[in-house]
Design a protein around this ligand. Structure first.
Ligand SMILES: [Zn+2]
Length: 315
């Protein structure tokens, strides 16, 4: 009986997977820029956030990047509440503060499931998201209701209204390519409790996502780096691409990326606003150099630099 149930469940899964693999009729998606590497993607059925960092907009935000290890790194609820009502899933590209700080607060507020690495999940657990199970008394029903899905890269998951491929990637080559020689590149261990220090928000590995939703294929990056062989042939129609200055550490960053992706119809630059610490005009001038690179590499690609929180609807 148990074998039959498993077989039937397997058949049902196979049927839903084959239905999902047929190309879904295209419907509009709305894409909104939330600052830094943060985005909201919705087809009006499901709301998916990426690296939300609304705390960038906190009142009295620092005007330059901090170099101290601030022990009171906490999300800013007024900035988050002003823009985030509903969320179903939160995709995290890596664990640094400017990608992971707001996710636990948003998950607790909305019930959104955070999809992230084990290291970033340890940050979420430190803020009370997800249970830490006693190995002596594991409750399987509770595990499947956890607001955390821990991924490693390589997964290709089917959800009710979308599917999600998780793609192993690399962090930006900060500090003139010496980034990996520092605590930032390590992993956050289990067992911490909030408030965390800035140095607790370790990278813990970097991921990209290919989100298939409403007949669209949306490639999502959260930093200025990629593994070309992992993205070649993905053919997204929309790509959210790291556009900060650290891209210049890479060999022909924009050209190789556009070619590998098959020159997507639409590109949104991400992670270019310097947390609002630079004058806006300077940030816009810098992102303009990225826009020019895309135009040179993929003349038919439309590059959209959206204003904060104003949705772009793509049919
Ligand atoms: Zn980072």
């Amino acid at each position: 009986m148990r074998v039959l149930a498993i077989l039937l469940a397997g058949l049902a899964l196979a049927a839903s997977a084959s239905a999902a693999s047929k190309s879904e009729p295209r419907r509009p998606v709305e894409i909104s820029y939330l600052g830094n590497a943060g985005w909201q993607v919705t087809d009006r059925r499901v709301v998916i956030l990426v690296d939300p960092y609304l705390s960038e907009f906190r009142h009295n935000a620092p005007t330059e990047q901090m170099t101290e290890d601030d022990p009171l790194v906490e999300p800013d609820p007024p900035s988050i509440d002003a823009h985030i009502g509903r969320a179903d899933y939160i995709l995290i590209t890596h664990g640094h503060e400017d990608h992971m700080l707001d996710a636990p607060y948003i998950s607790k507020k909305t019930g959104a499931v955070i999809i992230c690495t084990e290291s970033a999940a340890n940050i979420a657990r430190a803020s009370g998201v997800g249970e830490v199970f006693d190995p002596q008394h594991v409750d399987l029903k509770r595990i499947s209701r956890q607001p955390l899905i821990v991924v490693r890269g390589g997964e290709d998951f089917q959800f009710a209204n979308f599917s999600l491929e998780v793609i192993p990637s690399l962090h930006s080559a900060l500090f003139d390519k010496r980034y990996n020689d520092g605590f930032w590149a390590a992993s956050t261990p289990p067992g911490l409790t909030a408030p965390l220090r800035e140095s607790d928000y370790k990278e813990g590995g970097t991921l990209m996502y290919l989100l298939r939703i409403a007949g669209h294929r949306i490639l999502i990056m959260g930093s200025m780096n990629y593994i070309e062989r992992n993205i070649a042939g993905l053919r997204p129609d929309i790509a959210i691409v790291g556009a900060g200055t650290d891209r210049n550490q890479l060999y022909r960053y924009t050209e190789r990326l556009m070619r590998a992706l098959g020159k997507p119809s639409v590109v949104f630059p991400t992670h270019w606003d310097d947390y609002g610490t630079k004058p806006r005009a300077d940030a816009l001038e810098q992102v303009g150099t990225f826009v020019a690179e895309v135009h040179a590499a993929a003349p038919k690609t439309r590059v959209i630099v959206p204003a904060y929180f104003i949705p772009t609807t793509l049919p």
